[in-house]
Write a protein that binds this ligand. Sequence first.
Ligand SMILES: O=C[C@H](O)COP(=O)(O)O
Length: 274
Amino acid sequence: MAKQLDNKFIRTPLIAGNWKMNMDHQQAITLLQKLAWTLKDANHDFERVEVAVFPPFTDLRSVQTLIMGDKLKVKHGAQDLSEHDSGAYTGDISGAFLSKLGCEYVLVGHSERRQYHGEDDEICAAKIKAAFKHELAPVLCIGEGLDVRQAGEHIQFTLAQLSGALENLVGELTEAQLGSLVVAYEPVWAIGTGEVAGPAEAGEMCTAIRGRLTELVGEEVAQQIRVLYGGSVKAESIAALMAEEDIDGALVGGASLDATEFANIVRFEHHLMR
Ligand SMILES: O=C[C@H](O)COP(=O)(O)O
């Protein structure tokens, strides 16, 4: 089970919904309202299991307004940010703007950004730095493709991505900043394919990630950093994943577009008790 002491999670689990390029700002309102009602009806305890959504940039103002107006406990973040603060960077979005829109989190280095926009470890490092500068907690996404997994080099590859994004930054960040970092292990072969990494495979990698974090930032801080799994997570698969000690939540793509399904993922403890 995600690490607990006296029936309390040591690290508050985070269930995050990455909407990717889905939902315009009107659809976003409908989806978020339905999610909030569903979780309210189920008496969900947001202090025990945190919930965040990552809508497209164009939805963020509407999402912020709904969250503030209805005092929702769902948090929100953005799917990307620029490494720059402002200036002639057409099409890019500054972390400063995201902070003003009430974002608490921002994804960095999602495999789709790496694949379609050529983002590498150096860019991820610059984006993590920019996120912290604007008081956003970065959710660094790492994970191997199928070829790497088949070659048996998945742990080495994924840990190299983690080190590549973090090792030159560590000295510039405070312990509080490092402790608020979130790492999402997303094997590329499991994203949007219906192939979920088995709980043992996902758990093994998340433990290896925490081991590398311990080397990079020390044990005390590494124990605070939440490590999520992402890749075709559904309500039926979440409980077994959360049973792994080093998995602290999930980064959910497709299933986060269905409020009922996503709420059932958030309520993973309910499945464990059945
Ligand atoms: O950010 C989310 C991941 O890419 C997983 O997406 P998925 O749940 O649709 O496989």
